[in-house]
Design a protein around this ligand. Structure first.
Ligand code: TXA
Ligand code: MG
Length: 334
Protein backbone atom coordinates (compact mmCIF):
# COMPACT_ATOMS: atom_id res chain seq x y z
CA UNK A 1 0.00 0.00 0.00
CA UNK A 2 1.23 3.49 -0.82
CA UNK A 3 1.19 5.83 2.19
CA UNK A 4 0.32 9.44 1.48
CA UNK A 5 1.82 12.00 3.87
CA UNK A 6 0.24 15.39 4.45
CA UNK A 7 2.53 17.89 6.19
CA UNK A 8 0.61 20.82 7.61
CA UNK A 9 0.09 23.15 10.51
CA UNK A 10 -3.39 24.19 9.52
CA UNK A 11 -5.30 21.47 7.74
CA UNK A 12 -7.31 22.55 4.69
CA UNK A 13 -10.86 21.75 3.67
CA UNK A 14 -9.84 19.37 0.85
CA UNK A 15 -7.58 17.47 3.24
CA UNK A 16 -10.37 17.23 5.80
CA UNK A 17 -12.66 15.90 3.09
CA UNK A 18 -10.06 13.34 2.02
CA UNK A 19 -9.67 12.15 5.63
CA UNK A 20 -13.41 11.88 6.15
CA UNK A 21 -13.83 9.85 2.94
CA UNK A 22 -11.02 7.53 3.95
CA UNK A 23 -12.56 6.98 7.38
CA UNK A 24 -16.02 6.40 5.92
CA UNK A 25 -14.49 3.83 3.56
CA UNK A 26 -12.99 1.91 6.49
CA UNK A 27 -9.44 3.30 6.10
CA UNK A 28 -6.87 4.08 8.78
CA UNK A 29 -5.27 7.50 9.31
CA UNK A 30 -2.39 8.43 11.60
CA UNK A 31 -2.87 11.92 13.04
CA UNK A 32 -1.25 14.13 15.68
CA UNK A 33 -2.71 14.72 19.13
CA UNK A 34 -1.29 16.75 22.04
CA UNK A 35 -0.11 13.48 23.70
CA UNK A 36 1.18 11.10 21.00
CA UNK A 37 0.19 10.29 17.39
CA UNK A 38 -2.97 8.19 17.05
CA UNK A 39 -3.90 5.53 14.48
CA UNK A 40 -7.58 6.23 13.83
CA UNK A 41 -10.53 4.41 12.30
CA UNK A 42 -14.30 4.95 12.35
CA UNK A 43 -15.21 3.54 15.79
CA UNK A 44 -18.60 2.30 14.53
CA UNK A 45 -16.97 0.14 11.86
CA UNK A 46 -15.85 -3.24 13.28
CA UNK A 47 -13.84 -4.22 10.21
CA UNK A 48 -11.93 -0.91 10.19
CA UNK A 49 -11.19 -1.29 13.90
CA UNK A 50 -10.08 -4.91 13.35
CA UNK A 51 -7.58 -3.50 10.84
CA UNK A 52 -6.09 -1.30 13.61
CA UNK A 53 -5.33 -4.41 15.66
CA UNK A 54 -3.89 -6.21 12.61
CA UNK A 55 -1.69 -3.31 11.48
CA UNK A 56 -0.26 -2.71 14.97
CA UNK A 57 0.01 -6.38 15.92
CA UNK A 58 -2.05 -5.46 18.97
CA UNK A 59 -3.56 -8.18 21.22
CA UNK A 60 -7.36 -8.31 20.82
CA UNK A 61 -7.93 -8.02 24.60
CA UNK A 62 -6.50 -4.47 24.73
CA UNK A 63 -9.37 -2.01 24.08
CA UNK A 64 -9.10 1.26 22.13
CA UNK A 65 -9.85 4.85 23.15
CA UNK A 66 -12.68 6.57 21.25
CA UNK A 67 -11.84 10.17 20.27
CA UNK A 68 -14.69 12.68 20.09
CA UNK A 69 -15.29 16.32 19.24
CA UNK A 70 -18.11 17.20 21.63
CA UNK A 71 -20.33 16.10 24.51
CA UNK A 72 -23.30 15.46 22.28
CA UNK A 73 -21.41 12.57 20.68
CA UNK A 74 -20.49 11.27 24.11
CA UNK A 75 -24.11 11.26 25.31
CA UNK A 76 -24.98 9.00 22.37
CA UNK A 77 -22.22 6.50 23.01
CA UNK A 78 -21.90 6.31 26.82
CA UNK A 79 -23.85 6.61 30.05
CA UNK A 80 -22.56 9.90 31.39
CA UNK A 81 -22.83 10.94 35.03
CA UNK A 82 -22.58 14.25 36.87
CA UNK A 83 -18.97 13.30 37.71
CA UNK A 84 -18.00 12.56 34.10
CA UNK A 85 -19.54 15.84 32.98
CA UNK A 86 -17.69 17.73 35.72
CA UNK A 87 -14.34 16.09 34.88
CA UNK A 88 -14.69 16.72 31.18
CA UNK A 89 -15.82 20.30 31.81
CA UNK A 90 -12.67 20.96 33.78
CA UNK A 91 -10.04 19.07 31.76
CA UNK A 92 -11.10 18.77 28.15
CA UNK A 93 -10.27 19.25 25.41
CA UNK A 94 -7.01 17.85 26.75
CA UNK A 95 -5.10 14.75 27.83
CA UNK A 96 -7.77 13.03 29.98
CA UNK A 97 -9.46 9.74 29.01
CA UNK A 98 -12.48 8.52 30.97
CA UNK A 99 -13.71 4.92 31.10
CA UNK A 100 -17.52 4.90 31.20
CA UNK A 101 -20.32 2.35 30.78
CA UNK A 102 -20.94 2.17 27.07
CA UNK A 103 -24.20 2.30 25.14
CA UNK A 104 -24.91 0.35 21.95
CA UNK A 105 -22.93 2.37 19.39
CA UNK A 106 -19.45 1.02 20.18
CA UNK A 107 -18.75 -2.43 18.71
CA UNK A 108 -17.23 -5.15 20.91
CA UNK A 109 -13.92 -5.11 19.11
CA UNK A 110 -13.26 -1.51 20.24
CA UNK A 111 -13.94 -2.24 23.91
CA UNK A 112 -12.40 -5.75 23.79
CA UNK A 113 -15.74 -7.22 24.85
CA UNK A 114 -16.03 -5.07 28.02
CA UNK A 115 -19.25 -3.25 28.92
CA UNK A 116 -17.22 -0.06 29.31
CA UNK A 117 -15.35 2.07 26.79
CA UNK A 118 -12.70 4.78 27.01
CA UNK A 119 -13.36 8.29 25.64
CA UNK A 120 -11.24 11.35 25.12
CA UNK A 121 -11.40 14.80 23.52
CA UNK A 122 -7.97 15.70 22.17
CA UNK A 123 -6.99 19.38 22.17
CA UNK A 124 -4.53 19.33 19.24
CA UNK A 125 -5.89 21.64 16.55
CA UNK A 126 -5.53 19.12 13.71
CA UNK A 127 -7.16 16.33 15.74
CA UNK A 128 -10.03 18.65 16.62
CA UNK A 129 -10.49 19.80 13.03
CA UNK A 130 -10.63 16.19 11.84
CA UNK A 131 -13.15 15.22 14.52
CA UNK A 132 -15.25 18.33 13.96
CA UNK A 133 -15.35 18.04 10.18
CA UNK A 134 -16.04 14.30 10.04
CA UNK A 135 -18.36 14.21 13.08
CA UNK A 136 -17.17 10.61 13.48
CA UNK A 137 -16.20 8.85 16.70
CA UNK A 138 -12.62 7.77 15.99
CA UNK A 139 -11.11 4.74 17.72
CA UNK A 140 -7.38 5.34 17.98
CA UNK A 141 -4.53 3.72 19.85
CA UNK A 142 -1.04 5.16 19.64
CA UNK A 143 0.25 4.88 16.07
CA UNK A 144 3.24 2.62 16.82
CA UNK A 145 3.74 -1.07 16.19
CA UNK A 146 2.73 -2.96 19.34
CA UNK A 147 5.61 -3.06 21.82
CA UNK A 148 7.47 -0.03 20.39
CA UNK A 149 7.51 3.39 22.08
CA UNK A 150 4.53 5.60 21.23
CA UNK A 151 5.27 8.00 18.34
CA UNK A 152 5.68 11.65 19.27
CA UNK A 153 6.70 12.82 15.79
CA UNK A 154 5.44 11.94 12.32
CA UNK A 155 8.86 10.47 11.46
CA UNK A 156 8.24 7.81 14.14
CA UNK A 157 4.88 6.98 12.61
CA UNK A 158 6.51 6.72 9.18
CA UNK A 159 9.07 4.23 10.57
CA UNK A 160 6.29 1.97 11.88
CA UNK A 161 3.41 2.55 9.47
CA UNK A 162 4.70 3.35 5.97
CA UNK A 163 3.26 0.89 3.49
CA UNK A 164 0.64 -0.30 6.01
CA UNK A 165 -1.85 2.59 6.05
CA UNK A 166 -3.09 5.00 3.37
CA UNK A 167 -2.53 8.35 5.15
CA UNK A 168 -0.28 9.98 7.75
CA UNK A 169 -0.94 13.58 8.78
CA UNK A 170 2.25 15.26 9.99
CA UNK A 171 1.45 18.07 12.40
CA UNK A 172 4.87 18.33 14.03
CA UNK A 173 5.96 17.02 17.41
CA UNK A 174 3.43 16.29 20.16
CA UNK A 175 3.25 18.72 23.07
CA UNK A 176 3.23 16.28 26.01
CA UNK A 177 4.96 13.25 24.49
CA UNK A 178 3.27 10.81 26.90
CA UNK A 179 -0.15 9.18 26.49
CA UNK A 180 -3.25 10.60 28.17
CA UNK A 181 -4.25 10.04 31.78
CA UNK A 182 -6.80 7.17 31.93
CA UNK A 183 -9.37 7.36 34.75
CA UNK A 184 -12.03 4.66 35.22
CA UNK A 185 -15.21 6.09 36.73
CA UNK A 186 -17.49 3.26 35.57
CA UNK A 187 -17.66 1.73 39.08
CA UNK A 188 -18.35 3.33 42.45
CA UNK A 189 -14.81 4.61 43.07
CA UNK A 190 -12.60 6.41 40.54
CA UNK A 191 -9.48 4.40 39.65
CA UNK A 192 -6.44 5.89 37.91
CA UNK A 193 -5.45 3.31 35.30
CA UNK A 194 -2.65 5.25 33.62
CA UNK A 195 -0.94 8.42 34.91
CA UNK A 196 -0.54 11.29 32.42
CA UNK A 197 -0.35 15.05 32.11
CA UNK A 198 -3.63 15.50 34.02
CA UNK A 199 -2.39 14.49 37.47
CA UNK A 200 -4.00 12.51 40.29
CA UNK A 201 -3.98 15.66 42.48
CA UNK A 202 -5.85 17.62 39.82
CA UNK A 203 -8.41 14.83 39.45
CA UNK A 204 -8.87 14.59 43.22
CA UNK A 205 -9.88 18.25 43.33
CA UNK A 206 -12.94 17.17 41.36
CA UNK A 207 -13.60 13.55 42.42
CA UNK A 208 -12.26 13.24 45.94
CA UNK A 209 -10.02 10.26 46.58
CA UNK A 210 -8.72 8.51 43.47
CA UNK A 211 -7.36 4.98 43.78
CA UNK A 212 -4.36 3.88 41.78
CA UNK A 213 -4.60 0.60 39.89
CA UNK A 214 -2.31 -1.53 42.05
CA UNK A 215 0.28 -4.15 41.29
CA UNK A 216 -2.29 -6.74 42.41
CA UNK A 217 -4.18 -5.98 39.21
CA UNK A 218 -1.31 -7.32 37.10
CA UNK A 219 -3.01 -10.71 36.81
CA UNK A 220 -6.34 -9.32 35.70
CA UNK A 221 -5.65 -5.63 35.15
CA UNK A 222 -8.44 -3.10 35.10
CA UNK A 223 -6.77 -1.43 32.10
CA UNK A 224 -6.11 -4.46 29.98
CA UNK A 225 -3.25 -2.66 28.26
CA UNK A 226 -1.30 -2.34 31.51
CA UNK A 227 -0.15 -5.94 31.54
CA UNK A 228 1.77 -5.57 28.28
CA UNK A 229 5.39 -4.46 28.17
CA UNK A 230 4.85 -1.10 26.56
CA UNK A 231 7.11 1.73 25.63
CA UNK A 232 10.15 -0.43 25.16
CA UNK A 233 13.09 0.39 22.91
CA UNK A 234 15.30 -2.46 21.65
CA UNK A 235 18.16 -1.44 23.92
CA UNK A 236 18.26 -2.34 27.60
CA UNK A 237 17.04 0.61 29.68
CA UNK A 238 18.64 1.52 33.01
CA UNK A 239 17.54 4.20 35.47
CA UNK A 240 20.11 6.43 37.22
CA UNK A 241 19.19 8.51 40.26
CA UNK A 242 21.85 11.19 39.77
CA UNK A 243 24.32 12.60 37.21
CA UNK A 244 27.11 10.81 39.10
CA UNK A 245 25.37 7.44 38.98
CA UNK A 246 24.61 8.02 35.30
CA UNK A 247 28.19 8.78 34.37
CA UNK A 248 29.38 5.77 36.44
CA UNK A 249 26.99 3.45 34.58
CA UNK A 250 28.07 5.01 31.29
CA UNK A 251 31.76 4.35 32.03
CA UNK A 252 31.06 0.78 33.12
CA UNK A 253 28.98 -0.19 30.09
CA UNK A 254 30.80 1.73 27.37
CA UNK A 255 34.04 0.08 28.56
CA UNK A 256 32.59 -3.15 27.17
CA UNK A 257 32.61 -1.56 23.71
CA UNK A 258 28.84 -1.17 23.52
CA UNK A 259 27.06 1.98 22.33
CA UNK A 260 25.41 3.61 25.34
CA UNK A 261 22.94 6.51 25.04
CA UNK A 262 22.16 8.74 28.01
CA UNK A 263 19.23 11.02 28.77
CA UNK A 264 20.40 13.47 31.42
CA UNK A 265 18.51 15.93 33.49
CA UNK A 266 20.84 18.89 33.68
CA UNK A 267 24.45 19.69 32.89
CA UNK A 268 26.95 18.52 35.48
CA UNK A 269 30.72 18.10 35.68
CA UNK A 270 30.25 14.36 35.47
CA UNK A 271 28.85 14.50 31.94
CA UNK A 272 31.48 15.87 29.50
CA UNK A 273 33.11 12.43 29.33
CA UNK A 274 30.08 11.26 27.36
CA UNK A 275 30.29 12.18 23.64
CA UNK A 276 27.50 14.47 22.53
CA UNK A 277 26.04 12.01 20.01
CA UNK A 278 25.41 9.62 22.91
CA UNK A 279 23.72 12.02 25.28
CA UNK A 280 20.86 14.47 25.46
CA UNK A 281 20.91 17.00 28.27
CA UNK A 282 17.46 18.34 28.99
CA UNK A 283 18.46 21.56 30.65
CA UNK A 284 16.53 23.22 33.42
CA UNK A 285 16.57 20.98 36.46
CA UNK A 286 13.05 19.92 37.35
CA UNK A 287 11.57 20.77 33.95
CA UNK A 288 9.43 17.68 33.71
CA UNK A 289 7.69 18.94 30.61
CA UNK A 290 10.97 18.66 28.71
CA UNK A 291 11.49 15.20 30.21
CA UNK A 292 8.19 13.76 29.10
CA UNK A 293 8.33 15.53 25.76
CA UNK A 294 11.65 13.84 24.95
CA UNK A 295 11.49 10.36 26.50
CA UNK A 296 9.95 8.32 23.68
CA UNK A 297 11.77 10.19 20.91
CA UNK A 298 15.04 9.58 22.75
CA UNK A 299 14.28 5.86 22.90
CA UNK A 300 13.81 5.83 19.15
CA UNK A 301 16.97 7.90 18.60
CA UNK A 302 19.01 5.47 20.70
CA UNK A 303 17.64 2.48 18.79
CA UNK A 304 18.59 4.15 15.52
CA UNK A 305 22.11 4.69 16.81
CA UNK A 306 22.23 0.98 17.55
CA UNK A 307 22.57 1.53 21.29
CA UNK A 308 22.93 -1.57 23.43
CA UNK A 309 22.16 0.32 26.63
CA UNK A 310 20.08 3.40 27.40
CA UNK A 311 20.64 5.18 30.71
CA UNK A 312 17.93 7.61 31.76
CA UNK A 313 17.99 9.87 34.76
CA UNK A 314 15.05 9.59 37.13
CA UNK A 315 12.65 12.50 37.71
CA UNK A 316 11.01 13.50 40.95
CA UNK A 317 7.61 11.85 41.23
CA UNK A 318 5.35 14.86 41.22
CA UNK A 319 3.16 16.34 38.51
CA UNK A 320 3.86 14.83 35.11
CA UNK A 321 7.03 13.34 36.69
CA UNK A 322 4.75 10.51 37.91
CA UNK A 323 3.71 9.62 34.36
CA UNK A 324 7.30 9.95 33.18
CA UNK A 325 8.58 7.51 35.82
CA UNK A 326 5.68 5.12 35.09
CA UNK A 327 6.71 4.88 31.41
CA UNK A 328 10.41 4.77 32.25
CA UNK A 329 9.95 1.86 34.69
CA UNK A 330 7.91 -0.05 32.12
CA UNK A 331 10.65 0.44 29.56
CA UNK A 332 13.27 -0.72 32.07
CA UNK A 333 11.30 -3.80 33.20
CA UNK A 334 12.75 -7.03 31.87
O1 TXA B 1 -2.96 9.82 24.61
C1 TXA B 1 -3.58 8.82 24.29
O2 TXA B 1 -4.44 8.31 25.02
C2 TXA B 1 -3.25 8.20 22.91
C3 TXA B 1 -3.73 9.15 21.83
C4 TXA B 1 -3.59 8.57 20.45
O3 TXA B 1 -5.05 9.54 22.09
N1 TXA B 1 -3.86 6.91 22.79
C5 TXA B 1 -3.41 5.82 23.46
O4 TXA B 1 -4.08 4.65 23.17
O5 TXA B 1 -2.48 5.85 24.23
P1 TXA B 1 -3.55 3.21 23.58
O6 TXA B 1 -4.41 2.28 22.85
O7 TXA B 1 -2.10 3.13 23.31
O8 TXA B 1 -3.87 3.10 25.10
C6 TXA B 1 -5.21 2.97 25.55
C7 TXA B 1 -5.25 2.55 26.99
C8 TXA B 1 -4.84 1.09 27.14
O9 TXA B 1 -4.03 0.95 28.29
C9 TXA B 1 -6.18 0.39 27.30
O10 TXA B 1 -6.07 -0.82 28.00
C10 TXA B 1 -7.00 1.43 28.06
O11 TXA B 1 -6.60 2.66 27.48
N2 TXA B 1 -8.45 1.23 27.87
C11 TXA B 1 -9.17 1.42 26.75
N3 TXA B 1 -10.47 1.08 26.93
C12 TXA B 1 -10.57 0.66 28.21
C13 TXA B 1 -11.65 0.16 29.02
N4 TXA B 1 -12.88 0.02 28.55
N5 TXA B 1 -11.38 -0.17 30.29
C14 TXA B 1 -10.12 -0.01 30.79
N6 TXA B 1 -9.07 0.43 30.07
C15 TXA B 1 -9.28 0.77 28.82
MG1 MG C 1 -0.20 2.50 22.93
Amino acid sequence: MKTEIIRTNSIEKEQLERAKELWLGGGLIAFPTETVYGLGADARNSAACAAIFAVKGRPADNPLIVHLYDMEQLEELAYTTPLSRELFKRFVPGPLTLVLKKRGGIPDIVSAGLDTAAFRFPSHTIARELLKYSRLPIAAPSANLSGKPSPTEAAHVEQDMCGRIPLIIDGGSCLYGLESTVLDISASRPVLLRPGAVTKEQLEEVCGEVQTAGAADAVRPAAPGMKYRHYAPRAEVMIAQSENELSGLYAEHSAKGATVCCLCRAWSEALPAIPSCDKLILGEEGDYTAFSHNLFSFFRYADERGAYYIIVQAAEEKGIGIAYMNRLRKAAAK
